[in-house]
Design a protein around this ligand. Structure first.
Ligand SMILES: [Zn+2]
Length: 135
């Protein structure tokens, strides 16, 4: 499943809209029932309205009625190039993931290729997070 998610993230990355940074990111989010939602980063001339690949995937899933997730694979790097580094989710995306995923079990897969990847628990990427159970 990890290789499949990475492959889907790589495919989604091809759709990234990044005329300003030329840094393209793709994400593939696995729901608890096995459905996968993909996303890419979408930039904007005014900069702040842009959206990350991870949040694009989460918002697509939530808008389709899915709110329980198990894993997300993320692939990012310079447009048209194989990733040289692992692309980890930004702080905002980590916070959005905490809203819908159990930080103790949800896995974040950051990949350079289908064979070269790292797996982290969301809790390790966003310790002491403020989530729905905090209210
Ligand atoms: Zn982000």
């Amino acid at each position: 499943m990890i290789q499949r998610l990475i492959r889907l993230a790589m495919e989604a990355r091809l759709n990234a809209y990044t005329p300003y940074s030329n840094f393209t990111v793709g994400a593939a989010l696995l729901t608890t029932d096995g459905t996968v939602f993909t996303g890419c980063n979408v930039e904007n001339a005014a900069f702040t309205p842009g959206n990350c690949a991870e949040r694009t995937a989460v918002f697509k899933a939530v808008s389709e009625g899915y709110k329980e997730f198990e894993q997300i694979a993320i692939v990012g790097g310079k447009k048209g190039e194989q990733p040289k580094e692992y692309c980890s989710p930004c702080g905002v995306c980590r916070q959005v993931l905490v809203e819908f995923a159990d930080p103790k079990t949800f896995q974040v897969i950051i990949a350079k290729s289908e064979e070269d990847y790292q797996v982290y628990r969301l809790e390790d990427l966003l310790p002491l997070s403020f989530g729905p159970e905090s209210l």
